[in-house]
Design a protein. Structure first.
Length: 283
């Protein structure tokens, strides 16, 4: 066990009553804990008990609207803000704004912040646009980044593939985040999943190039992390630990954490990745 409080910077506690049936089937296929998960989606107390059992002090609850592909609407911002009010010292609400489904994207970002949302998620594979689509045909995405930068809301951008029905994995190529980091230099960006399993070198480049670009290693089997990122210790001050629980393939937060703690990393790297960096990004 860690001698410091661990933050899981990427878990999905979401309003499953909005999710599309075909997506929920992929999410729950082969799981033995579906009943517990259904309860957790409605009960912060249940989640806190799960975090305690798994040795995790704080968690970032990742939500984002994707009405056409996943089923989630902009009401996820109200849901996650209200949910995390039960334990604001332990639960960090992450919401989102879908620029193709928001009448006024900047106003929607402000509304999310007023509700108490502390960070935003952009999911190119599920929202079906590139992270830099504001350069081409989606000016509302520029408004999302501009307002997040102004309000000092970190933005997590999904990178890598997705297996959910209808997802466009080509939109998960990290190098497009280069434009975002150049055009919004005061925006804190977290590259989710480190571009796995196709574009890890791009993610590593971006983390090293830009002072405000971080990455998380969620959804990567811990046994594969150092194969994907053999120089992880060099960027330990820019990496966040996350599990992606309960995404397909992630059976438990505790098991994932214990496997990560077995990696051959220096003690100070563990402290930064498991605790310090999340506080730096999310407060």
């Amino acid at each position: 066990m860690s001698s410091f409080p661990v933050t899981d910077a990427h878990i999905h506690v979401q309003p499953w009553w909005e999710i599309k049936p075909e997506v929920l089937e992929v999410m729950t296929r082969g799981r033995a804990d579906v009943d517990e998960l259904q309860q957790i989606m409605k009960s912060p107390a249940q989640l806190l008990r799960r975090l305690d059992a798994d040795g995790i002090e704080r968690a970032v609850l990742v939500n984002y609207p994707s009405p056409d592909l996943m089923g989630f609407t902009h009401s996820v911002n109200e849901y996650v803000a209200r949910y995390c009010e039960a334990a604001p010292d332990r639960l960090i609400p992450m919401g989102g704004v879908h620029p193709r489904f928001a009448e006024d994207a900047a106003a929607e970002v402000r509304r999310a912040a007023e509700l108490g949302v502390k960070a935003l998620k952009v999911h190119p594979c599920h929202m079906q646009f590139a992270p830099n689509a504001y350069l081409h045909d989606l000016p509302a995405l520029r408004a999302v980044y501009e307002e997040a930068q102004r309000l000092k809301l970190p933005v997590m951008i999904h990178t890598g593939t997705s297996i959910f029905p209808g997802a466009r994995s080509r939109a998960g190529e990290p190098i497009a985040v280069d434009d975002v980091a150049v055009d919004f230099p005061d925006l804190t960006i977290v590259i989710a999943h480190g571009g796995r399993p196709l574009w890890m070198e791009q993610a590593f480049f971006l983390v090293r190039r830009f002072p405000r670009v971080f990455m998380d290693v969620s959804s990567i089997p811990p046994s594969a992390i150092l194969r994907y990122f053999p120089r992880l210790a060099e960027v330990a001050d820019k990496v966040l630990y996350g599990s992606d629980w309960p995404a397909p393939g992630v059976r438990g937060m505790g098991d994932n954490l214990r496997a990560f703690q077995q990696l051959d990393l220096p003690a100070d790297a563990f402290r930064k990745i498991l605790a310090d960096n999340a506080r730096k990004v999310f407060g």
